[in-house]
Design a protein around this ligand. Structure first.
Ligand SMILES: Cc1cc2nc3c(=O)[nH]c(=O)nc-3n(C[C@H](O)[C@H](O)[C@H](O)COP(=O)(O)O)c2cc1C
Length: 254
């Protein structure tokens, strides 16, 4: 059996959750990084002997568009999948259902799923520091249960996950990234952007039509030259505060 980690993680929080889950499986792992722009046109063919941890962050209650597109280049051929949706303490909405439907279409068996909380990448004042020790313990327990069923061959071929179809409408992001004079045009952001929204010949610009506001360029800019407009961010955060209240839980679907 081969284990695959198929992950979209713009700022590393989804990957952090995957690392916890994956640590329970001792087999060697192969990675397919859906957040790399160069996976855009690569075709992968898996087999029914493979077990795949397929993880995405929740964006506006949905699977991030580039992750959905790149998953459509992976043929499951009966591979077993554990679906993971990582969310920033608001809600998963239809993300797990959309992920399941894509994977079923691609020939995967959706054997289990986890929704897990991680610090909000755009508003880190929500779910700050998560996944924390309590999450780690819980996620390891979930992974142990899945591993046991995988080894005993008792994982179901299909599981029910929450969500509705038609999915919640993908919202166009009103927040546009600003670049200040500290930008030295080093191009790190352009190289790392998952959707090539930053021109290599002028990294001080951003193509707002392509940008998915994934926060990677802001996180990784060595000059801290990129940001979202702070006044607008604080207004959005205030307006949405009630939706983020309380410690939201991690859930296992098996
Ligand atoms: C554009 C965008 C949209 C998001 N939408 C949601 C959402 O609908 N619900 C939620 O709880 N968290 C939402 N989040 C938070 C992320 O799902 C969460 O922080 C995730 O851990 C980020 O993963 P990453 O670090 O792997 O990119 C959103 C974050 C971004 C950047």
């Amino acid at each position: 059996m081969k284990i695959f980690e198929i992950v979209f993680s713009a700022t590393g929080r989804t990957q952090k959750v995957v690392d916890i889950i994956s640590s329970v499986f001792t087999e060697e792992k192969q990675k397919i990084d859906l957040s790399e722009y160069n996976t855009e046109n690569k075709i992968y063919n898996l087999s029914e002997d493979d077990f795949c941890i397929v993880a995405v962050p929740v964006y506006g209650g949905r699977v991030p568009t580039p992750a959905a597109n790149r998953l459509r280049n992976i043929n499951g051929n009966g591979a077993k999948a554990l679906l993971v949706a990582v969310y920033g303490n608001r809600a998963v909405d239809d993300c797990l259902l959309e992920l399941k439907n894509i994977l079923v279409e691609q020939g995967f068996k959706c054997t289990s799923a986890i929704s897990a909380v991680a610090e909000h990448s755009m508003m880190p004042q929500f779910a700050t520091g998560r996944p924390d020790d309590k999450d780690k313990e819980e996620l390891e327990k979930f992974a142990m249960q899945i591993k046991e069923k995988l080894e005993n061959n008792t994982l179901p071929d299909s599981i029910e996950v929450p969500g509705n179809f038609p999915y919640v409408k993908a919202s166009s992001m009103p927040l546009k990234i600003k670049v200040n004079k500290n930008c030295i045009k080093c191009g790190k952001c352009a190289k790392r952007c998952p959707v090539e929204a930053i021109p290599f010949d002028d990294p001080s610009r951003t193509d707002n039509k392509k940008c998915i506001t994934c926060m990677r360029c802001i996180d990784e800019c060595p000059q801290h030259a990129r940001s979202l407009p702070p006044t607008l961010m604080s207004a959005v955060s205030k307006a949405m505060k009630s939706k983020f209240e309380g410690r939201k839980e991690n859930i296992l679907y098996i």
